[in-house]
Design a protein around this ligand. Structure first.
Ligand SMILES: [Zn+2]
Ligand SMILES: [Zn+2]
Length: 304
């Protein structure tokens, strides 16, 4: 019986986390106090918000025996093991994040997704939107709703053209806040049933699988999402042309606003950290290398 770790994985043995030996742990351990002091100095002593500091501090003590542990004992053979407490933070602790990811994935496979093909759709956003969505969760959900409705509608319309008038799809989305380099990059990973369910003549539900989308399908869908998101932003007074002078996040926490906007910027060594909305929108329409909305075949996608 596993004493800890991901459910159902590594059932034979338990490996302590040993986060202290990792590069991330060393970077945080050796630089956190300097970083904190520098931010405080730059913001007239304002510093980082409490919840951010806590994220770092708890991470440094994740899985450290001196910070508390459980004693686990096998009733059969009386074997005992000390299991240190984890930090259980949601920020960037790889150990706690990894466990949560494994649990959620197992739950989706075991209890949520029906046994039909599933396709992953990924929507990434222009830099300016990433920054807005990073702290405005209502707006983030609204943009996600635009994305999900558009892709579900895409499946429904395709099925209708093939003679399935009232097909219903399904979607699960994980909002991802990081890119591959740990930079701030709010984007969506959506799992969509790759087809629609419809009621057969005898009243049972039948699944109609869809053909893979073409490049043109994806481009058209992206254009629709872009148009609707622009409309949404305009309705909320957040369109590029009437972006407010004040930045609500900067007023709430100058330190967090500074760090977030720097982290959400495109990789450009010499540019000051100001958004360039027009070029950002081009990125959303058609990226330099590929359209920014991508769809992947069943269960083969990976986070980037
Ligand atoms: Zn035993
Ligand atoms: Zn942790």
């Amino acid at each position: 019986m596993p004493l800890a770790g991901a459910p159902g994985v590594g059932a034979a043995s338990y490996e302590p986390r040993a986060m202290e030996g990792t590069v991330l742990h060393r970077v945080v351990r050796e630089n956190f106090e300097t970083f904190r002091a520098e931010i405080a100095a730059r913001t007239d002593g304002g510093g980082l918000p409490q919840f951010v500091e806590r994220e770092f501090r708890d991470f440094l003590t994740c899985g450290v025996l001196s910070r508390g542990f459980a004693r686990v004992r096998c009733e059969g053979c009386a074997f005992e093991r000390l299991v240190p407490f984890s930090c259980k933070r949601r920020g960037f602790c790889p150990s706690c994040g990894g466990r949560r990811m494994a649990e959620l994935a197992a739950h989706l496979v075991d209890a949520v997704l029906p046994h039909v093909p599933v396709r992953q759709w990924v929507l990434t956003l222009p830099y300016r939107l990433r920054y807005l969505l990073a702290w405005n969760h209502k707006l983030c959900r609204a943009v996600l709703a635009v994305h999900t409705r558009a892709v579900l509608g895409f499946y429904r319309r395709r099925a209708r053209r093939l003679g399935v008038p009232d097909g219903r799809g399904g979607a699960v989305t994980v909002i991802q806040r990081f890119g591959g380099g740990l930079q701030l990059n709010v984007h969506f990973h959506s799992l969509l049933l790759d087809g629609v369910f419809a009621e057969a003549a005898d009243g049972t539900l039948e699944f109609d699988p869809a053909d893979p989308p073409s490049e043109e399908d994806v481009a058209r869908l992206l254009a629709t999402i872009r148009r609707r998101v622009l409309r949404l932003l305009a309705r909320r007074g957040l369109a590029v042309e009437d972006a407010p002078d004040g930045d609500p996040l900067a007023e709430e926490s100058p330190a967090l606003a500074g760090v977030s906007s720097a982290a959400a910027m495109p990789p450009s060594p010499s540019q000051p950290t100001t958004a360039r909305p027009s070029s950002a929108w081009r990125v959303m329409s058609f990226g330099r290398r590929s359209p920014r909305i991508a769809s992947r075949s069943p269960r083969t996608g990976k986070c980037s």
